[in-house]
Design a protein around this ligand. Structure first.
Ligand code: CAA
Length: 690
C-alpha cells in the first residue's frame, strides 16, 4: 500500500500531498500521515513554506464514510487544524475537485488558498445532522462573515471557487495544475519575491457586531418550524464565535458536535447517506463485470417507453425505440423531440446537446431492427403471457449476450425467464419515476439471472443518477410488500375507529409529507408510476370508496375533497362510508391515538421488512430502508423503518407485534427474525455487512 501522505522538500518548500484514492477522504491513516508530515515540516530548519495538496481527482471530500459510527482512531482533524493554525511557517492549500466538510475545514486554516477553476466548496455536514466540528463554525464566519457562513453551513450546498473568491474563502483561482501553481508561489515567498498578503486578515464576524447579531437572529427566524437540531446548533456556534473568546468558542463547538453525533437524527441521516452510497453495490457482485452497453432498445413507444428513452438519452446511451404500430412510433419520437425542445427553451439543454442527443435516437417497427442492441428494455402495457411471447420472439432476433429487461413491477421474473430459453439474460427493472422526482429503481432478479446481467443493470441505473435496490424474484417487489403492509395497517385502524385524517395527521407528524390516505389519493388522481405498484390487493375501505365512485382518477376525488388549488379538505361523506363499514362488521369505534398510529405503522413496515429478509427477497435491512426513503418519502432523519425499529428497540416492537397479533394473527405475527436478533443481542443494522 502506498503511503496516504507524501512529503517532499525542494528549495525551502515542503510539499505535503494527500494520496488516498478515490476522493482523498480524511481517514485515520491520512490524518496520522498529515500530523507527522506537518510536524516534520514545522521543525525542519530547511523548510520555510508549506504547501498542502492532493493527488488524483479531488482535494479531500471530508471524513471517511467507512469510519462513521466507529470509535475514533488516531489524531482528530481538529488537532491537525489547530497545528496548522499555530504553525509559524506559512501554509498554502492547493484545492481542486471537491473540497467538502472536514476537507474544507482543513483548507480554512491555511494562510492562503488557491483553487483550480471549477473546484467546488461546501459544508454538507447539516445533511448528516452534524456541523463542521474541526473549527469550521468558528473560522468560516470570521473569514467570510456570518451571513454567508450561515448560508453555506445551513444549506449544505456547494459553491464554485469563483464565488469563493468573491466571498473571501479562496484567495486565487488558477488554471492548470493547482499544486504546481501553489509550489511556484511558495518558492516566490521563500525567495522574498512575494508576500502572501499585505497584513492579517480582517475578522469579518466582529467588523460590525450589530450586523452579525442581526444575521444570527435572521437565521434563527428562518428555522422556525424546523425540527432537526443541527441547524439550531450551527447558529448557536456562530453566535459563540462572536461572543466568546476563541478557545471557548472552539470548546462550545466541540460540545455541540459531540451532542449531534450522539443524536438519533444524525445516526439516521448517516444511515440514509450510507444506504444511498451503497445502493447498487451488492457485496456478492464485487468483481463481477457488467456487460458493455452502448445501444439500448426500448420496446413500446407509449408515454412510458418515451420517458425511458429520454432518461437513457440523458445518461448518454444510444436508443432504438421500437413499436409495431408505426403511428405510435412516430408519436413517441415526436414526444421525445418536443421534450428536448422544451428543455432547450427552459435552458436545461443546449441546442448542440439536443442535436447530439437526437443523433443517438432512432425508431424501429420490426424486432429485427433491435438486433444490434446490447440491452432491450420492455416498457409496454402487455400482461405477463404477452411479455413472455414478446421475449420469445426477441430471442430469435438478438445476439446471445443481449440483456432482456421488463419494467413491469407485477411480473414474476422466474416464470417469465422459464418461458424462454435464455433465463440467465432476463431481469426486471422497475423505475418508480423516469424523471428526477423519485430516484428509486427496483431490480428484480430471477433464480437464473446471471450476475453479469444484474451488474449490467446496476451500472445502467448508476449512470442515470438513480438508486438501485435489488430484490430476488418472489412474492412481489420490496416496495409492493412494504406499502401493502402500511396500507393494510391504516385500513385496520380505520375499521377500529381512526379516521383517514387522524392517520394522515399522525404520519405527517412522524415526518412524512403526506399520510398514507392522501398519498393514495394523489396516486389515484395523478396516476403516476409510484404508489402501490400493481399486484397488491386494495384494502377494503379503499375498495368501497372506489365502488362508491369516491376515489380514483375517474372520480377526481379521494379521501379528501380537493379545491381548484389542490388543497384537500376532510370529507364527511367519507367518514359516513367508513362508519357504514364498521356497522356492517359490527365493530364499535374506539379512540386511536396518534402515538398508536405511528407505532403500528413502524411495526407493520418493519415486520414486513423482517419477512422480506427471512424470505431472502431483500438482501439487507439497508435496502428496505432505501426503498422507503428514496421511493415513498419516509422521513430521512428517521432513516427508514428498519433503522427506526433499531432505534426504538427490537424487544419493544416485537412485544407490540405480539399484542397486535391477538387482533389479526396473520397480519401482525412477528417474523422469526425478531426473536433471532433479540436472542443474540443484535439489531437489524448488524445484518448490513461491512
Ligand atoms: N469517504 C470515503 N469514500 C467516499 C467518500 C467519503 N467521504 N465520498 C465518496 N467516496 C467514494 C464513493 O463511495 C465512491 O467509491 P466507489 O467508486 O468505490 O463506489 C467514490 O468515492 C466516488 O464517489 P461518487 O461515485 O459519489 O463520485 P462523484 O464524483 O459522483 O461524487 C463526491 C464525488 C461529490 C465527493 C460525492 O461522493 C460526495 O458527495 N461524497 C460525500 C462527501 C461527504 O459528505 N463527506 C463527508 C462530509 S462531513 C465531514 O467531513 C465532517 C464529519 O466529521 C462527519
Amino acid at each position: 500500500m502506498p503511503e496516504p501522505v507524501a512529503n517532499r522538500v525542494t528549495d525551502g518548500v515542503a510539499v505535503i500531498t494527500i494520496d488516498n484514492p478515490p476522493v482523498n477522504a480524511l481517514s485515520a491513516p491520512v490524518r496520522a500521515g498529515l500530523a507527522a508530515a506537518l510536524s516534520e515540516a514545522e521543525t525542519s530548519a530547511s523548510v520555510r513554506v508549506i504547501v498542502l495538496a492532493a493527488r488524483g481527482r479531488s482535494w479531500p471530500v471530508g471524513a471517511d464514510i467507512h469510519e462513521f459510527d466507529k470509535p475514533p482512531v488516531g489524531p482528530p482533524l481538529s488537532e491537525i487544524c489547530t497545528a496548522i493554525a499555530l504553525c509559524p511557517k506559512p501554509v498554502l492549500a492547493a484545492l481542486h475537485g471537491t473540497a467538502l466538510g472536514g476537507g474544507l475545514e482543513l483548507a480554512l486554516v491555511a494562510d492562503y488558498r488557491l483553487a483550480a477553476a471549477g473546484t467546488r466548496l461546501g459544508f454538507p455536514e447539516v445533511s448528516l445532522g452534524l456541523l463542521p466540528g474541526a473549527g469550521g463554525t468558528q473560522r468560516l464566519p470570521r473569514l467570510i462573515g456570518p451571513k454567508a457562513a450561515l448560508g453555506m453551513m445551513l444549506s449544505g450546498l456547494p459553491m464554485l471557487a469563483r464565488r469563493g473568491v468573491e466571498l473571501g474563502l479562496i484567495d486565487e483561482v488558477v488554471t492548470g495544475d493547482v499544486a504546481v501553481a501553489a509550489e511556484e508561489l511558495a518558492q516566490k515567498v521563500v525567495s522574498g519575491l512575494r508576500r502572501l498578503r499585505p497584513g492579517p486578515r480582517p475578522d469579518r464576524l466582529r467588523e460590525d457586531p450589530a450586523q452579525s447579531l442581526a444575521a444570527i437572529a435572521d437565521a434563527r427566524k428562518g428555522l422556525l418550524g424546523r425540527r432537526l437540531p443541527a441547524p439550531v446548533r450551527i447558529i448557536d456556534c456562530v453566535e459563540a464565535a462572536l461572543l466568546l473568546p476563541e478557545e471557548e468558542g472552539a470548546a462550545y463547538e466541540a460540545v455541540a458536535f459531540g451532542d449531534l453525533v450522539e443524536s438519533s437524527q444524525s445516526a439516521a441521516l448517516r444511515h440514509a447517506f450510507i444506504a444511498e452510497r451503497r445502493a447498487g453495490h451488492p457485496p456478492e457482485l464485487e468483481g463481477v463485470l457488467p456487460r458493455p452497453v452502448a445501444q439500448v432498445g426500448v420496446i413500446g413507444a407509449g408515454p412510458e417507453g418515451t420517458a425511458a428513452t429520454l432518461m437513457l438519452l440523458a445518461a448518454g446511451y444510444s436508443v432504438i425505440l421500437f413499436d409495431r404500430v408505426t403511428g405510435t412510433l412516430a408519436e413517441g419520437l415526436e414526444r421525445i423531440a418536443t421534450a428536448h425542445e422544451m428543455a432547450v427553451a427552459a435552458g436545461t439543454l443546449s441546442p448542440e446537446q439536443r442535436e447530439e442527443a437526437w443523433d443517438r435516437v432512432s425508431g424501429a417497427a420490426s424486432l429485427a431492427g433491435l438486433a444490434a442492441c446490447d440491452l432491450v428494455i420492455e416498457a409496454t402495457d402487455l400482461d405477463e403471457p404477452g411479455v413472455a411471447r414478446l421475449f420469445a420472439e426477441l430471442e430469435r432476433e438478438l445476439r446471445p449476450s443481449t440483456v432482456l429487461a421488463t419494467t413491469h413491477g407485477g411480473i414474476d421474473i422466474d416464470r417469465l425467464a422459464g418461458a424462454g430459453s435464455r433465463a440467465d439474460d432476463v431481469i426486471g427493472v422497475y423505475f418508480h419515476d423516469y424523471q428526477a422526482n423519485k430516484r428509486l429503481v427496483e431490480i428484480v432478479t430471477g433464480t437464473a439471472t446471471a450476475p453479469a446481467v444484474t451488474a449490467t443493470i446496476l451500472a445502467l441505473v448508476r449512470k442515470t443518477g438513480k438508486l438501485a435496490v435489488r430484490a430476488r424474484s418472489g412474492a412481489g417487489m420490496i416496495s409492493q410488500r412494504l406499502m401493502r403492509a402500511y396500507h393494510l395497517m391504516a385500513e385496520a385502524l380505520m375499521e377500529a375507529g381512526a379516521s383517514p385524517y387522524d392517520i394522515d395527521r399522525a404520519m405527517v407528524s412522524f415526518g412524512f409529507r403526506h399520510g398514507p390516505c392522501q398519498a393514495l389519493d394523489l396516486e389515484g388522481l395523478e396516476g403516476s408510476a409510484g404508489g402501490v405498484p400493481g399486484g397488491s390487493a386494495p384494502p377494503t375501505i379503499r375498495q368501497r370508496l372506489v365502488a362508491a365512485g369516491r376515489l380514483g382518477r375517474d372520480a377526481g376525488r379521494g379521501f379528501y375533497r380537493y379545491d381548484e388549488t389542490g388543497r384537500g379538505a376532510e370529507d364527511p361523506e367519507v367518514l359516513e362510508l367508513i362508519e357504514s363499514v364498521r356497522r356492517d362488521k359490527g365493530i364499535a369505534a374506539r379512540s386511536v391515538s396518534g402515538r398508536e398510529i405511528r407505532h403500528r405503522a413502524v411495526a407493520a413496515m418493519a415486520n414486513e421488512g423482517a419477512r422480506l429478509l427471512g424470505e431472502g427477497v431483500a438482501s439487507c435491512p439497508l435496502d428496505i430502508d432505501l426503498v422507503m426513503l428514496a421511493g415513498f418519502g419516509f422521513p430521512r432523519w428517521r432513516g427508514g423503518p428498519m433503522q427506526t425499529a433499531d432505534q426504538a428497540g427490537l424487544l419493544r416492537i416485537r412485544n407490540d407485534l405480539r399484542d397486535y397479533a391477538r387482533e389479526d394473527a396473520d397480519f401482525w405475527q412477528p417474523a422469526d427474525l425478531w426473536d433471532d436478533l433479540i436472542k443474540n443481542g443484535r439489531k437489524f443494522a448488524d445484518l448490513n455487512g461491512g
